[in-house]
Design a protein around this ligand. Sequence first.
Ligand code: ARG
Length: 466
Amino acid sequence: MSDKPWGGRFDAPTNAFVEAFNASTHVDARMYAEDIAGSRAHAKMLTQQGILAEDDLAAILKGLNEVEAEIEAGTFEFTIALEDVHMNIEKRLTDKIGDAGKRLHTARSRNDQVTTDTRLYLRKRTNELLARLHTLQTVLIDLAEQHADTIMPGFTHLQTAQPVTLGHHLLAYVEMFERDAARFIDARNRMNQCPLGAAALAGTTFNIDRALTAKELGFDAPTANSLDSVSDRDYIMELLATASICSVHLSRFSEELIMWMSAQFSFVELPDAFCTGSSIMPQKKNPDMPELVRGKAGRIIGGLMSILTTMKSLPLAYNKDMQEDKEAIFDAYDNLEGCLRVFGDMLPDMVVNKPAMHKAASSGFATATDLADALVRAGVPFRDAHEIVGKSVAYCIREAVELHQMPAEACADIDERLSVTMVQALSVESCVAARDHVGGTAPNQVRLQCKSWKKRLNETLESKNA
Ligand code: ARG
């Protein structure tokens, strides 16, 4: 004998270990509100269609309210014997209201129920992530504005390349997070179709109104194919891919902050509240938060690999393998939200060591390209100019001076077209100021960008939360 809601055709109870192994309550209980919302919508639709009686509906709605209150009060006991959130709630409802509770599952299956719940839950959580991204962007834009003319070295191959402004560097991340937000919005909008009514896989023999449940739950429309409805987990793959990309952006940023906080760079100091010490080395102040955020990218990307691998060979339609879908994305979302929160809270209190940044930008011949450009303006072909400046750099390394300190004779020795006025005009300030075009690093451009970002972010917040 089996005591399960599906136990009719079983002669023996479930193996005790299998019962625990099979259960998903520890993962899906967090979707209780969405499960109850789905049941309310389904019951209302059944009643409107004459499939469920009015007094049954009244009992179901009242009972669901009570169950929800119990869960919120922490008095509800989820049991693995009832496998998942769906059967736990349905059983409790039935215990409370009897036969009306047993009628709720008419024209429905856990297969359409679980994917409806998951879409609703992830829609809510995606909106929360979008709000976090928005806050972080706002913080970065404020910082960028404060540091529109803070000069630091820009790197390629992690070698000093050309001077840039810190504001410009920070705005690069604002761009990345905006693309992340766009991907989240896009995936969220694509998944906003209601699978309810697909039932187990083929639809139902009852005269249901799928448009009604879709509307009631805030979906744009019902899904169009019942098989696809219950077997599609594209939305989880897309959201996890988006979360992975976002975590990669945060990880790159983390890596920079970790380097910048090292004694060798000393570009920034992160607030005490976001660092920890060493249990043995008293002098240590470690950038744990960016390190941990960098590390979180690993598990979030792992979640993406997990869902892709789980889905890759599954025949249509529902397979139990798919129960593994939620753990990966819930974990990824929880962690990504934490990362975004930590960064949004930490960055406003980051102390920027402007002199150290300026000093680093002023050494390493970061102005060399600008000297070549000056020669080009005087009529020297770029390849020749490149060669002349290369020789100048070699001279400076030998003599331990900077380009702008080269004496007139040294210039003339290297090439008659190289003048001392050209080298003396070199400064990191003029290098950044000269790159004054759309997308350039000039302080002027950074200010313009901050202004347009502020306007854009104000305008988009509402549509992001749609
Ligand atoms: N706990 C299941 C899951 O998360 C719910 C759907 C179960 N459906 C079924 N036919 N066993 O996927």
